[in-house]
Design a protein. Structure first.
Length: 408
């Protein structure tokens, strides 16, 4: 866990920002500490003896520990250390910039321009069809809708959650006349974005040596809302996103460095989105990584719910989980699923009256996903009943995060 001096500083910052202080070394506490007998017994009844389960109260008391140090496939819980690593490289208000550049000569008004169009990315993982349709409409409105040249993409460019080294998908969206449904979807996110008429037409020539002029710059939403939506829907662009900011090796090294008291075998990350069957995290490592993420966020004036969904409130994988009014707003968490190997996981923080904020991790394996989810939901609801739910004073932000994008 984080050293005493760092933990103290982060704790002060957390108090200022409204979060609790980060617990020092709670996730690495000896597993033979006295447990909460009722919850431990019920956890064994629900999960059995061989699943990874670890619950730690706000004061550091270990409430439940079943195979807490056993490395298991975490699936998308791997996105928790990936989120921390990304925030270690980029500011929480960082905005990605995608530039559209005209490369060619001048042309008389209304004429086809003798040049190419270049879409230059900076690694925005949140660039989607609606963003690009708005960009294309604005390119046409600025007088670059008809060109003799071709389309080129350069720099790290994503589109619809996939890297775009090949310009064909980008070209299809820019050149195809948007359907009424596409226009409506884009206008719903970016009101007034779509100009009437076609977008961009290319002639097929090439002007590689011509001068360049920036036509426009698309500016993404800030990083925190991007991370929140990607985590809420457990979007697997996380792997390529992590590659763009240092690589999966950096994610693993960062997680191990931040949890120095844990054996390296309890933190193995070969895919930043959690898609690899070789990824491994123990339940206590997941709890530690959640606490570390909270500390990083607190130091930046943010909270866990700024990057992970709130169950029953935010859309995504936790929107319909847990059920019942008592759980609504009381759990901030992350799901993980690999159905092909019967892996299902759930981790996060439960807000309670009796134990304060409980940081937890449940890593199920060898169970059908539906059965594992039922067990996870049943046990968390039991915890909420036994400890008394304390829902967060939280309301889902209005509108989609994508609507925070801008064009200049």
């Amino acid at each position: 866990m984080i050293r005493k001096c760092v933990a103290g500083l982060l704790g002060l910052l957390a108090l200022i920002s409204g979060d609790r202080p980060v617990r020092e070394a709670s996730a690495n506490a000896p597993v033979n500490r006295p447990l909460e007998p009722t919850l431990q017994a019920r956890a064994r009844e629900v999960f059995g003896p061989d699943q990874g389960v670890y619950f730690v109260a706000e004061d550091g008391r270990v409430l439940v520990a079943i195979e807490p140090d056993r490395p298991l496939i975490p699936a998308s819980l791997s996105k928790i250390p990936a989120t921390t690593a990304i925030l270690g490289r980029l500011d929480p208000d960082h905005r990605f910039r995608t530039r559209v550049i005209y490369r060619g000569g001048s042309a008389a008004s209304t004429a086809t321009r003798p040049g190419d169009l270049v879409v230059e990315g900076s690694g925005d993982p949140f660039l989607v069809s609606e963003s690009l349709l708005w960009i294309g409409s604005e390119v046409a409105a600025r007088g670059y809708g008809r060109l003799d040249g071709s389309l080129e993409v350069r720099g790290p460019l994503f589109l619809n959650w996939k890297p775009q080294a090949d310009p064909r998908a980008t070209r299809r969206l820019l050149t195809r006349k948007p359907s009424a449904a596409q226009r409506a979807a884009t206008e719903a996110i970016f009101p007034g974005a779509m100009q009437p008429g076609p977008l961009v037409a290319f002639g097929g020539q090439s002007f590689p040596d011509a001068g360049e002029v920036v036509v426009l710059t698309y500016i993404s939403p800030p990083l925190l809302p991007i991370l929140k939506e990607l985590n809420a829907y457990s979007n697997n662009v996380f792997h390529d996103f992590a590659e763009a900011v240092g690589g999966v090796g950096f994610v693993q090294a960062d997680a191990r460095q931040r949890s120095p008291d844990l054996p390296a075998g309890e933190i193995v990350i070969e895919n930043g989105a959690g898609l690899s069957r070789e990824n491994r995290l123990s339940a206590r490592a997941v709890v530690d990584q959640i606490e570390i993420l909270e500390g990083v966020l607190a130091a930046q004036g943010a909270r866990l719910r700024d990057v992970l969904p709130v169950a029953g409130v935010d859309p995504g994988t936790l929107a319909d989980r847990l059920g019942g009014a008592s759980a609504r707003g009381a759990v901030v968490g992350k799901t993980g699923t690999l159905p092909s190997v019967e892996v299902s996981a759930l981790a996060g923080v439960v807000s309670t009256r009796r134990f304060g904020r409980i940081t937890f991790a449940i890593l199920n394996h060898g169970l059908p996903v539906a059965e594992a989810r039922r067990k996870q939901d049943a046990f968390l609801n039991l915890v909420l009943r036994e400890a008394g739910a304390r829902p967060l004073a939280y309301e889902r932000p209005a509108g989609r995060a994508l609507s925070l994008g801008q064009i200049r």
